[in-house]
Design a protein around this ligand. Structure first.
Ligand SMILES: CC(C)(COP(=O)(O)OP(=O)(O)OC[C@H]1O[C@@H](n2cnc3c(N)ncnc32)[C@H](O)[C@@H]1OP(=O)(O)O)[C@@H](O)C(=O)NCCC(=O)NCCS
Length: 249
């Protein structure tokens, strides 16, 4: 859906975007950088309803799982709109799936720092509820429109599904919604960070077309020809605004 936009970053007001052509390796010049900042700030300043209307109209649809067993509604929230119960459900899900990976990484497990990041005013959430379980959050994806190494991007911070909700196409669906938001917001690429210890998630992202980003830390060559992979990699996928889904599609 959102592939093949090598070398284009599009910026300007949400309603009348201007196209700026830049190579993915060529840094934007001063004027382009200023426009990129203004563009991202204007998107992040939009109210939750403006954001949903402009960048996420496809959420009116319900998603049916690959096995046809469940109809799932995906809901969009700004971090500031999450109830404490939903916020804590997301945090607990993240802790459940990823505590061990954080603990054994150079970053370590720092719950308060993680909660502060999750509450960032520009963070937005896609929530999936389990109606068989009183509407409790069963999966979520958090993302932010931001600037990385001078380029406008949509950054996927977290994606976590409860074990009973995996391998039925839901993770892919959530990633496609985010990529579609990125296409509509006219950013150059979708980005994420994954622990190299999480080979399943890495396989999932590669299956979706993500590759090592040019700014990802490189493996280090140690003595005796041994190569050490960093404990995380940054992955990305180029986005093309013309690949945005048709409204409601
Ligand atoms: C990783 C995760 C988000 C994937 O979501 P999911 O709903 O299980 O994946 P999907 O069913 O949508 O799979 C989408 C595609 O990726 C493929 N895929 C899924 N896991 C894969 C893996 N480990 N290796 C290779 N391909 C994989 C599927 O086969 C499917 O391919 P297809 O569309 O060609 O049939 C989910 O398993 C999860 O929440 N894991 C625990 C939390 C976690 O590790 N999060 C990532 C933190 S960085």
């Amino acid at each position: 859906m959102c592939e093949g936009m090598e070398g284009h970053s599009l910026v300007a007001s949400a309603d009348a975007p201007t196209v700026i052509h830049t190579s993915s390796r060529k840094r934007p010049n001063y004027d382009e950088t200023r426009d990129i900042h203004a563009h991202i700030e204007s998107i992040n300043a939009s109210s939750p309803s403006q954001f949903a209307h402009r960048y996420c109209p496809q959420l009116r649809n319900t998603f049916t799982t690959k096995d046809g067993n469940a109809d799932i509604d995906v809901e969009l929230y700004a971090a500031s709109e999450l109830s404490s119960a939903d916020f804590m459900a997301c945090f607990q899900l993240l802790k459940h799936t990823s505590f061990a990976a954080y603990k054994s990484s150079s970053r370590g497990w720092r719950p308060e720092a993680k909660k502060a990041e999750m509450r960032d005013e520009d963070m937005r959430y896609l929530l999936v509820r389990r109606f068989s379980n009183d509407g409790a959050v069963g999966a979520f994806l958090s993302f932010m429109l931001t600037i990385e190494d001078d380029f406008p991007v949509i950054y996927v911070y977290e994606i976590h599904l409860a074990s009973g909700m995996r391998r039925c196409g839901l993770g892919k669906r959530l990633m496609h919604i985010v990529e579609d938001i990125g296409c509509r917001a006219r950013v150059a690429k979708a980005m994420l960070t994954v622990f190299t210890s999480n080979s399943r998630a890495e396989g999932f992202y590669r299956n979706l077309g993500y590759t090592d980003d040019e700014f990802s830390p490189r493996p280090r060559k140690l003595r005796r020809g041994v190569t050490k992979r960093p404990d995380y990699i940054i992955m990305s996928k180029s986005l093309n605004p013309s690949d945005a889904l048709l409204e409601g599609g």
